[in-house]
Each structure stands twice: as C-alpha cells, then as structure tokens.
Ligand binder design. Structure first.
Ligand SMILES: Nc1ncnc2c1ncn2[C@@H]1O[C@H](COP(=O)(O)OP(=O)(O)OP(=O)(O)O)[C@@H](O)[C@H]1O
Length: 329
C-alpha cells in the first residue's frame, strides 16, 4: 500500500505541493486531476522518490520511500514512473526496450515475460521495430510494458493520455484497467483531463495550487464536487448563482450569491418547463451539446439526442431541484 502523509514542497516562495496526504491500496487506480501548474508532476516525482519533499513522508508497504538526498541512486526498486516523453532507448527494438528491464533475469523467464508483456500491451506485431518506427500510442505502451516488466508494486504515470488520439487513449485506458486486475499493480496517474480518469480510477483526487482539495470515489467527485474548480475539472458543468434559480423554475432559500453545480445531462427538455432559446448547437456524435439562453443572465449547457433542434429555436427545459449541488466557494 502507498501512503503519503502531509507532503509539502516549496520552490523558493512558491508552494508547488501543500500538505498532500493520500493512500492507494494494491490493485487500485488513483487518478489525480489538476490544471497546469497545480503540482501534479512534482507530487508524482516525490512519490517516486525522485524529488525530495520539504516535509511529509511517503511509505510503500510500510517502509519509507527515501528522497534522492538520502540515497546514492534515486528511485525505489518497487516503484516505476512513466514520464510523458517515454524515455525509450532509440536504437533498439520495442522488444529489446522491454527485455532490458529484465536483463538480470534468467533467459527463459525473460523470453516468456516479454512475450506476455507484448500481448498485454498489444505490441506483439510491432515488437521488432525501433521506437521511431512506431506510433505515439505504441511508444507509450512500450514504456508501460518496460515499467511493469519486473512487477513493481506501484506504477506512476505522468499524463498517460495527453499526446494520444482517441483509439490509443482507449487502448491505454483498457491496458491500465487490465494491468491492475491481472498483475495486482497499484497505479497512480496524473492528468489534466478527467474523462479517462473517471472511467477507470477507483479514487479521484483534485489538485489545485498544490493542494489536494477533494479525494473520493470518482462518482462522488463528479456528482458532489466541493468547488467550482473540482466541478469543471471533472467535466462539462453549469455553475449557477442561487439568485438565478427562479429563472430555471427552482425555488431556493440559499444565499443569493452561493454557487450551485448542474451537470448538462441533468437538464431535461420538457414542454411544461421554463422557456429558453437555443444559442448554439454542437454535434458530438452520440448527442448534441446545446447552449440555451434562459434569461439575460443565465445561459445553460445541456445535452440532447434529438435531431430536430436548431439555433434560434424556442425550447422548454426542466431542472429538478435535487440535481443541483451546492458548491463551496
Ligand atoms: N524545478 C522547479 N523550480 C521552480 N519551480 C518549479 C520547478 N518545478 C515545478 N515548479 C513550479 O511548481 C509548480 C507546479 O509544477 P508542476 O510541474 O508540478 O505542475 P503540473 O501540474 O505538473 O503542471 P503541468 O500540467 O503543466 O505539467 C508550477 O508553478 C511550476 O512552475
């Protein structure tokens, strides 16, 4: 189990990570989501034992993970970090890149394990190519295969989805999901886009200015985000002031300036609802994303699968009071 306790890291007067505590059980996936500069990479590097924290402690299965100032060779034998740049050896094949991680193992086992990893990471067909001859997604999967080759207890990934197209993102997502199930590796990844995180993470954390402002089940973070930032980091959302709720047909006794979160999919088209005018319509494949002007001050984002809607059209919408979630400031 990974346990980080009140990790803090300052760069001069800037606090990159502020009193972050988290736990990760074996075979679980923890995703940390945050905007650029929120401290994701710094935290990941501290968890890997590659950067010294100013205070706080990282433990893996009970034993302390030392920072680079305390050891000759930085890093921990049971923790692997996959960087955004993959850091593959350029002049040897995909297969050799993976096999290198197993160079101290007996030949038969190494061959067996490399074949297994190539299958798991869907790389069998490109195994003899050099890194420059494979796609970004295949490079990413090679880096993951190499990282997990000798079965570390913990795999850390920095933005594993950010440079990939949709099919490759889905492949990596499925790979991480299979990995924790079959290999019982714990996995922690950081990302600025929660869409992949929501579907596979057992726990989702929201990082803001170095602080872990929410840490919970992904469904709970999505449905009950504690701030507008957490709401926006986890998907499309309407953030509405309480004083504008009557325009949506919802009565409220909240402070007029308090903020509420309303997810687009919770707004229904309903002929008996409040009127609005479609300002914009975006085709998203499985549905349309629609911007609806309800009043001079309220424009809502909602979803619909109906094909007959158009810009300028009058529609009626309904918002159930229970689908609104009150945010902290
Ligand atoms: N070596 C360093 N020296 C000084 N400041 C740093 C250093 N590394 C990071 N920072 C600062 O610490 C803060 C957190 O950086 P970090 O790279 O951890 O954020 P991030 O969330 O990973 O950002 P991104 O998504 O853009 O990679 C940023 O303000 C960054 O400028």
């Amino acid at each position: 189990m990974l346990e980080a306790t009140t990790i803090t890291k300052n760069y001069g007067s800037l606090t990159a990570v502020h009193r972050v505590s988290l736990r990760l059980e074996p075979g679980q996936i923890l995703a940390l989501v945050g905007a650029s500069g929120s401290g994701k990479s710094t935290l990941l590097s501290i968890l890997a034992g590659l950067t010294d924290a100013d205070s706080g402690e990282v433990r893996l299965n009970g034993s302390r993970v030392p920072g680079p100032a305390e050891v000759l060779v930085p890093g921990h034998a049971d923790i692997r970090l996959v960087h955004q740049e993959y850091q593959l050896m350029p002049n040897v094949s995909v297969r050799e890149n993976i096999a290198y991680a197993l160079r101290f193992f007996e030949t038969n086992y190494r061959t067996y394990r490399v074949d297994e990893l190539l299958r798991l990471c869907r790389l069998t067909e490109v195994q003899d190519r050099l890194p420059r001859q494979v796609s970004g997604g295949e490079k990413q999967r090679t880096a993951i295969a190499r990282a997990i080759a000798d079965k570390p207890a913990l795999l850390l990934l920095d933005e594993p989805f950010s440079h990939l197209d949709l099919p490759n993102r889905l492949l990596v997502r499925d790979l991480l999901f299979d990995l924790v199930r079959h290999e019982k590796t714990s996995c922690l990844f950081v990302t600025h886009d929660a869409s992949d995180a929501l579907s596979i993470a057992s726990t989702l954390g929201i990082l803001r200015d170095g602080r872990l402002i929410q840490l919970d089940d992904p469904k709970a973070v999505y449905r009950q985000p504690n701030t507008a930032y957490a709401a926006r980091m986890t998907g499309p959302v309407n953030v509405i002031k309480a004083k504008h709720l009557p325009a949506l047909g919802v009565t409220t006794s909240d402070n007029p300036d308090s903020l509420l979160c309303l997810r687009p999919e919770q707004i229904q088209l309903d002929e008996t609802g409040v009127p609005g005018t479609i300002r914009a319509l975006f085709f998203k494949g499985s549905h349309y994303e629609i911007e609806v002007d309800i009043s001079r001050y309220v424009c809502l984002r909602m979803l619909s699968t109906r094909d007959y809607l158009g810009v300028g059209q009058q529609i009626q919408i309904r918002v159930a009071a229970e689908s609104l979630w009150k945010l902290q400031r």
